[in-house]
Ligand binder design. Structure first.
Ligand code: DGT
Ligand code: CA
Ligand code: CA
Length: 572
């Protein structure tokens, strides 16, 4: 599991650097410094290298994103078990306070003030000073600000309890892999919200068949990484892992596997609809099968259950009772987009801005994934915190891409940019340079409260812009998103033939399922990109495609299902 002996040093260092970034931000330190630590944390979390095996500073500095300052601190940690600068950074800040910095709308300055004047040290303290009105009475605070903080707390509390789809996927794959290796399970699959590809997951449900259930459940309950066993029998096991996450394993007989998979995949709302349909046909549906009297007429596979109910098979991602049952009754095939339909990644960073890998490395990764093309989209100059590039540097990048394309066969690196939409709605780079690119993505990265809708609409007036990035700006675990009228954006995007992005990064998934349905309805094309900052990041595409499926998208709705030539023809 996650706590295998290898790479524990990486994990410890990720924690340390993240906390350092938070602490320095709280103390009002220079954002570049803060960012360097955040980046180091991300890099260490993602590289394959086990840091514990490193001896030399030089070795570390070869890792993109690790400079000499960070390298020195890592060596210090490996040799002495501590980092002096870390101790300095967190000095005087209680740990519970650092946690609070993850709350949306609660900036480091406000928190520092609440800490000093009202002795706020924990989330409970914070809720108390909101309830009794003390926070609103602090200088420069007021009811509106406090209301926003209250909303932030709600999001914080709700996402603290649920895990990201990324975390849930990693855990479930490791558990399934482990059980396949160590026990005699036959069929095994994730069920529940994870199989439906919901953006956050409460607990992980796994379903399996196999002889000697007791033994299988015992292996499950004693696997590495288990902190507490909630239940252990011959058909069900339930455990809490070291990281606090819950995993349930159920063993069912093969003749019920389809019925159980259907039942435990949910959603509850979808299941209720199916049960009613069964009832109306004089049948009974439960997790053991579909029955006519005492006779089981289906249960081995999900497909035979849907068929016996007179329905088209409904893909798990659609099972939310949002109209899928009615369509299945009319035998409309769903034809959803699949991972194999994706022909390229339309949002990728390189070491020209805040990415960690070269253009060529990202392109090679894309080729390994079987893509036809990749769109390079580094940040533009106003995004200083992300090392955004100016016109001159972009021209250099264009040249490098041209050279690489001459070298690569049957693959095309497309020239692009993730250009900032400025406060006045104009784009951050000259049209003269933008027009030399294959595709231009516009993005809001600052001024989240400043007329975001108007600025996006203005940006769409620029004929060089093709795609709007992460249109609502939400971060699932930490912020609600811009104050944007997404209905207006969708309407204008349809008019102007501008595509909207589905950003596949697990904490964004923006547009979300509901907005994707609206965009599709309006005839807007969707560009699925990963926003990858390294090679591994391109793997996030699976969450993008999962979300696209939840939004009912087919391959004809998605820009990067087009082969290269049609994609280039699509440009206005
Ligand atoms: P989560 O874990 O909160 O992200 O959401 P789910 O959907 O995984 O929910 P969970 O783990 O409570 O239960 C897994 C599935 O089991 C759920 O999607 C549908 C099914 N299920 C649970 N309770 C009921 C119920 O009372 N009636 C029906 N029909 N199905 C249920
Ligand atoms: Ca669940
Ligand atoms: Ca469950």
């Amino acid at each position: 599991m996650k706590s295998e002996p290898s790479r524990t040093k990486n994990k410890e260092l990720v924690q340390i650097f993240e906390t350092m970034a938070d602490a320095l931000e709280f103390k009002g330190e220079n954002p570049f410094k803060v960012n360097a630590y955040r980046k180091a944390a991300r890099v260490l979390g993602e590289i394959d290298l086990d840091i514990a095996a490193v001896k030399e500073e030089e070795e570390l500095m070869r890792i993109p994103g690790i400079g000499s300052g960070i390298a020195k601190k890592i060596i210090e940690y490996l040799t002495t078990g501590r980092i002096k600068k870390y101790e300095e950074a967190i000095k005087g800040i209680p740990v519970s306070l650092l946690e609070l910095l993850k709350i949306q709308n609660l900036g480091p300055k406000t928190l520092a003030l609440a800490h000093k004047k009202l002795k706020v040290k924990s989330i409970d303290d914070l809720i108390r000073v909101i309830e009794n009105g003390q926070l609103a009475r602090l200088p420069q605070m007021g009811e509106k600000k406090v209301e926003n903080i209250r909303k932030g707390i709600e999001i914080f509390l709700s996402t603290q309890q649920r895990m990201s789809i990324y975390e849930a996927t990693e855990i479930s794959e490791e558990v399934i892999e482990y059980l396949k290796r160590k026990t005699k399970v036959k069929r095994i699959s994730a069920a529940g919200s994870l199989r439906r590809m919901k953006e956050t997951i409460g607990d992980i449900d796994i379903l399996a068949t196999g002889r000697d259930g007791e033994k299988i459940i015992e292996k499950f309950a004693t696997m590495p990484g288990v902190k507490q066993v909630l239940a252990q029998g011959s058909t069900k096991g339930s455990v809490i892992l070291e990281n606090g996450r819950q995993v349930d394993l159920r063993l069912v007989p093969p003749e019920s596997y389809g019925a159980a998979l259907q039942y435990f995949t949910g959603s509850k709302a979808h299941n209720i609809r199916l049960r009613d349909i069964a009832k109306a046909k004089g049948m009974k549906l439960n997790e053991y099968g579909l029955f006519k009297g005492k006779k089981r007429i289906a249960g081995r596979t999900e497909l035979e259950i849907y068929q016996a109910l007179g329905l088209e098979y409904v893909p798990p991602e659609l099972r939310e009772d949002r109209g899928e049952v009615e369509l299945a009754q009319r035998h409309q095939p769903f034809d959803l987009i699949t991972l194999e339909d994706i022909k390229g990644d339309l949002h990728v960073h390189t070491n020209y801005s805040d990415g960690e890998a070269s253009i060529e490395a990202m392109a090679r990764q894309a080729m390994e994934m079987g893509y036809e093309y990749i769109l390079i989209t580094d940040h533009s100059k106003s995004a200083k915190y992300a090392g955004g590039i100016d016109e001159e540097r972009l021209l250099e990048q264009i040249e490098e891409i041209d050279n690489l394309n001459r070298k690569l066969r049957k693959f095309r690196i497309l020239k692009g940019i993730e250009v900032d939409i400025l406060n006045d709605g104009s784009l951050d780079l000259d049209d003269e340079v933008l027009k030399r690119l294959d595709l231009v993505i516009g993005a809001i990265h600052s001024g989240f409260k400043r007329n975001v809708t108007g600025r996006m609409l203005d940006a769409m007036d620029n004929p060089h812009l093709h795609i709007i990035a992460h249109p609502t700006g939400r971060l699932i675990s930490r912020r609600e998103g811009y104050d944007v009228d997404i209905g207006k954006i969708i309407e204008r995007a349809a008019e102007k033939n501008v595509a909207l992005e589905l950003n596949s990064y697990y904490d964004r998934l923006d547009l979300n399922d509901i907005n994707l349905m609206r965009a599709k309805e309006a005839g807007v094309k969707i560009a699925i990109g990963t926003d990858a900052h390294n090679r591994e990041g391109m793997g996030m595409i699976r969450f993008g495609v999962g979300t696209a499926r939840r939004g009912w998208l087919t391959k004809t709705d998605v820009l990067n299902c087009l082969p290269l030539r049609s994609l280039l023809e699509w440009r206005r």
